[in-house]
Design a protein around this ligand. Structure first.
Ligand code: PLP
Length: 390
């Protein structure tokens, strides 16, 4: 039977733990979403949320999960049969590709080994070879939540520019926003796709499209069928602080408070905290003698670490053992790495002692299992934290 005493450690890589401040902000009486109180909230939020994306253009907010925001990015900018360049970084790239295929887009899916990020040189070569500029968009995931690998978005932008190609750049930051640095304007991203339930520390239920002028221009000619997702109707209503349909008002209360928390800490400090906790996690993994699925140190994720188990051991059995004995859900392996990896989420509302508890749960689970490992991972992480105190 699962241990149910004390607080559960939810260490999946999103939905992440929701801070008490945000829970209290959400717990408010319903207000009229066509009244002045809502209008003031929305006008403030639509402006403030831009800072999280480092963008100056509008951010469209949907009452949706991240998948809705994915679909929105495609239907607003593209037409049936348009060619899209995507990269198989992991399961979330696959799922986004599947949406594109269902919409009737012609996807060139660059294969990947699920252990490395986007190779900018391949993007450059593909675009340079596209003489008649039939590729209309390059769509990549910044932080692949199934693998714990981060791709270099600035380098993807440089690759597109180096090929002198007009394709739009669409970037999924669903598990990197508020955890790994991201710069919509500076990196020349045309559409950024976000979700509420990870670094933004909210429950699932808000999807985001941060968009620039080039994307808005493209949307004027896009002919994929769309209604619920149409930017123009939302932007029009947003000008006065309203939405064309019922917004997720209480999640917007929560977003307001989550932004307060992120900006009080300072975004750069938020990223540094995530980087430090991620580095400590990797110290534990190394000390256990286990392997990080992410191959390249410069692509390690701040949000999560995917731990590869030795051949012949099922990661889901270990996860189940840890859940039953220590009430800690860890992320399961997805798609091609199902059963091979478990994922430790270290994002959002998270600190040193929460990490110490998380790693202790993993180490105790390893000790209960028949997986060969070296004890001492928790101590290695604690040593790192002490030696790298701010
Ligand atoms: N993209 C990434 C990188 C994700 O991690 C997720 C969900 O975990 C999604 C997209 C899909 O978002 P949702 O499950 O909220 O629809």
């Amino acid at each position: 039977m699962t241990n149910k005493y004390g607080r559960q450690f939810l260490q999946i890589p999103g939905p992440s733990n929701v801070p008490d401040r945000v829970l209290r902000a959400i717990d408010q009486p319903t207000i009229d979403h066509r009244g002045p109180e809502f209008q003031e909230l929305a006008l403030g939020l639509l402006e403030r949320v831009k800072k999280a994306f480092k963008c100056s253009g509008p951010v469209v907010i949907y009452p949706s999960s991240g998948s809705g925001a994915w679909e929105a990015s495609l239907v607003n900018t593209l037409s049936s049969g348009d060619k899209v360049l995507m990269v198989e970084t992991g399961e979330f790239a696959v799922l986004w590709r599947n949406i594109a295929l269902k919409l009737g887009l012609d996807v060139d899916f660059i294969p990947g080994d699920w252990r490395q990020g986007v190779d900018p040189q391949t993007i450059k070569d593909k675009l340079a070879a596209d003489n008649n500029q039939s590729i209309k968009a390059v769509a990549v995931v910044q932080n692949e939540t199934s693998t714990g690998v981060v791709s270099d978005i600035a380098a993807v932008r440089e690759a597109i520019d180096a090929a002198n190609h007009p394709a739009l750049l669409l970037v999924d930051v669903i598990s990197s926003l508020g955890s790994n640095d991201f710069r919509h304007d500076e990196w020349g991203v045309d559409v950024t796709i976000g979700g509420s339930q990870k670094g933004l520390m909210l429950p699932a239920g808000l999807g985001f499209n941060a968009i620039n002028e080039k994307a808005i221009k493209a949307s004027a000619n896009a002919t994929l069928p769309q209604s619920y997702w149409t930017w123009s109707a939302i932007l029009e209503s947003n000008r006065n602080g309203f939405f064309p349909y019922t917004p997720a008002t209480n999640l917007l209360f929560g977003l307001d408070e989550a932004l307060n928390m992120l900006f009080e800490e300072g975004l750069e400090n938020v990223f540094a905290r995530h980087a430090r906790l991620a580095a400590a996690t990797r110290c534990a993994v190394n000390a256990w003698g286990l392997e990080n699925l992410a191959l390249n140190p410069h692509e390690y994720s701040n949000s999560l670490t995917a731990v590869l188990l030795p051949e012949g051991h099922d990661a889901d059995v270990l996860r189940q053992l840890i859940l039953e004995n220590f009430d800690m859900p860890l992320g399961t392996g997805l798609g091609k790495v199902k059963g091979k990896v478990f994922r430790i989420g270290h994002l959002g509302w998270f600190n040193e002692l929460m990490l110490a508890g998380t790693l202790s749960g993993v180490e105790m689970g390893l000790a209960l299992s028949d997986i060969p490992f070296n004890p001492g991972g928790v101590q290695a992480a604690l040593n790192y934290l002490v030696e790298n105190t701010e």
